[in-house]
Structures are given as C-alpha cells and as structure tokens.
Design a binder for this molecule. Structure first.
Ligand code: MN
Length: 337
C-alpha cells in the first residue's frame, strides 16, 4: 500500500467543477509529459476536470505520443487569468519547484492547494503533499503506483493502452531504455504490466532514442569534432552555439544525446555540453559516472538533477568564459571527491 495514494486522493478538490491542473517542467521530456498526460486522462475517468498546463507546445520529437489537444493548455499572457480562475489544485510532476515551470511558474506557485510527485534527488518541494522518491528511475513509475492503487479502490481501469504507453515513454526515457544505474527490478515489473496493457516498447524506443534527421547528424558531427578533454581525459566538454544550430539547420532538441556520447568515452567521468539558447542563456547538460555526483555539482552551479544526469544554466556570460569556469570547477570538484 502506498501511503501517498490515499493522501493525494483525499486532497483532490471536492468540487468536481474545479480543475486539477498538472504542471510538468519546462523544456519537457518523455517522463514529465508521459506522467502528466497519464494522470490527466485517469483523473477524467474518475470524473474530475483535469488539464496539463504547459509552458510551450509539446515539441515535434514527442509528437509520436499522440497526446490529444484537449488534455493540454499552453499558458499565454492572454489566458493566464482564465486558467487561474478554474484552478482547484496544482499538481507538479517530475519537478518540485515553480521556477522549473517556465511561463507556468506563477500559476503553480500562486495555487492554494499543491501536490508534488517527483523523483529528483535535488527536489525541494513547494507543496502540502509531496511524494518524492529519488530512487525511482522515472516519475512515471511513481504515477503508476498511485494509479494502480486508485484502480483497486474504485474498481475502474485507469491505465488503458494510451495511459500505459504514456507511462512507458516516461520509463524508457529516464531509465535510458532500461540501462541506467537507476533501473531497478521494480522498473521491469512496472514495464511488464504496462506492456501487457498495450504499451509499445519498440516504437517508443525508436522515436525516443534512434530516430534522427540530417540537421541533427550534422550538428552532432560538428559538436563531437570540437570536443575537448581535461584532467587526463576525465572531463569532456563541447560547446554548441546558435551559429552551429543555424549552419546545420538543426531542429529543437537536436543537441540531445551528445552529452551521452562524451560520457561514454572510457576515460571520462563527467561530460558537459554547453549550449546557447535562443534567449541568450546558456544551458549545460551534465552526465557522469561513479566518482562524480552530477546532482551535487549541478546544485553547486545553481541547477539540479540526478546523481548521473543533471543540468544548470548561465546568464549574462559568454560561452567561452562559462566553459572555462565549468572546467575549473569540475577539476576542483574531482580533486575534492
Ligand atoms: Mn524524470
């Protein structure tokens, strides 16, 4: 019995006219979208109004999930007030803090009732009820536990093929298709049940990990050939500028995966990809092996994440000097631990 399933249920709005608003993190991934959508769809089966509130449209790389339009509301300056007026509960998934939600931040932070469901070790939940399990490979697995309990309680099937597939996308994304250190026996047990309910592992894996396009391949080639190694090959860094994105005509999200290739170099303990974004910020993705705690390092740099995968950002600094700072900090971090 999961203690949170009852707590969360008791906390849902008694007035079913009020909307349960589900907030994934900005720069969405398969886990936060899959978890949020499975929850929204299940809540509707239980007679609640539920909407996933997004900072931006679901990106093309996740379009294979076929999320119905009516489950999603994208926040704009025009509709924010209207969304707020319908709010009965704010439910954060795969993140714990309003500042991770981009344009949806004030809608979440200003909510009267909040619930958090998260698996980030760096989580500092802003909510009355927070179900955080840093050992879970994905947020989708935590959602599965809640929904299974609710199925039992109401004698209703909540996880049909669509919801099963959404949760499977979350698990496959965050466990690196069942290969990262965070993958547990329970991950497979959950996945087995989802597969029996109709989830399509093969299609998901292709779309999440293998499908590519010319611009992405060209961007990877450029970023990989510019890679630099430091500290006897223990630290790998590459930079991705807006100019590189333009030259290769790379789509949004095309830089994904480069950081894993760098981490997989046999000598490397920590890999960094530093990327210029369209709004003149720098986003850093970090992947590590045992001996370098990514979450701890990212928190030191003002970000957060997991032990082996984390991220942080830089503002008002140019990419070259930020790279120098990161290398210096990473070398010091390696020497200390
Ligand atoms: Mn996640």
């Amino acid at each position: 019995m999961n203690e949170y399933s009852g707590l969360v249920l008791a906390y849902l709005p008694s007035d079913k006219e009020k909307e349960i608003q589900i907030f994934p993190h900005a720069r969405v991934d398969g886990d936060c979208v899959g978890t949020a959508v499975a929850l929204a769809s299940s809540l509707r089966k239980l007679g609640y109004r539920a909407q996933v509130i997004l900072d931006w449209q679901i990106p093309p790389r996740l379009s294979f999930m076929n999320v119905p339009d009516d489950l999603i509301t994208v926040v704009t300056d025009d509709n924010e007030q209207q969304i707020r007026s319908r709010q009965g509960l704010a439910f954060a998934v795969d993140c714990s803090e309003g500042h991770r939600m981009g344009k949806a931040e004030s809608l979440y932070s200003g909510a009267e009732k909040k619930v958090v469901l998260d698996h980030h070790v760096s989580a500092s939940p802003e909510a009355e009820i927070a179900y955080v399990d840093g050992k879970s490979a994905s947020c989708a697995e935590l959602m599965y536990l809640l929904l299974k309990e609710w199925e039992g309680k109401f004698g209703l099937k909540l996880i049909d093929r669509f919801e099963a597939d959404c949760l499977m996308v979350g698990i496959q994304s965050d466990s690196g298709r069942f290969s990262y250190e965070n993958t547990r026996a329970s991950t497979f047990r959950t996945a087995a049940d989802l597969m029996e309910r109709g989830a399509n592992v093969t299609d998901n894996a292709y779309h999440l990990f293998d499908e590519t396009c010319e611009g992405k391949v060209r961007l990877h080639a450029m970023a990989l050939s510019n890679m630099k190694l430091f500290a006897d090959g223990k630290i790998a860094v590459t930079k991705i500028t807006q100019k590189m994105m333009d030259e290769t005509d790379a789509p949004e999200g095309a830089a994904d995966g480069i950081v894993n290739i760098l981490r997989d170099i046999d000598t490397v303990l920590a890999s960094f990809v530093i990327r210029e974004t369209e709004n003149n910020e720098l986003r850093v993705n970090l992947r590590t092996k045992i001996g370098f705690d990514a979450a701890e390092f990212a928190q030191k740099m003002g970000g957060g994440g997991h032990h082996r995968a984390a991220g942080f950002s830089g503002k008002n600094v140019d990419i070259d000097s930020f790279a120098d700072t990161i290398v210096a900090e990473a070398v010091a971090f390696l020497e200390r631990t």
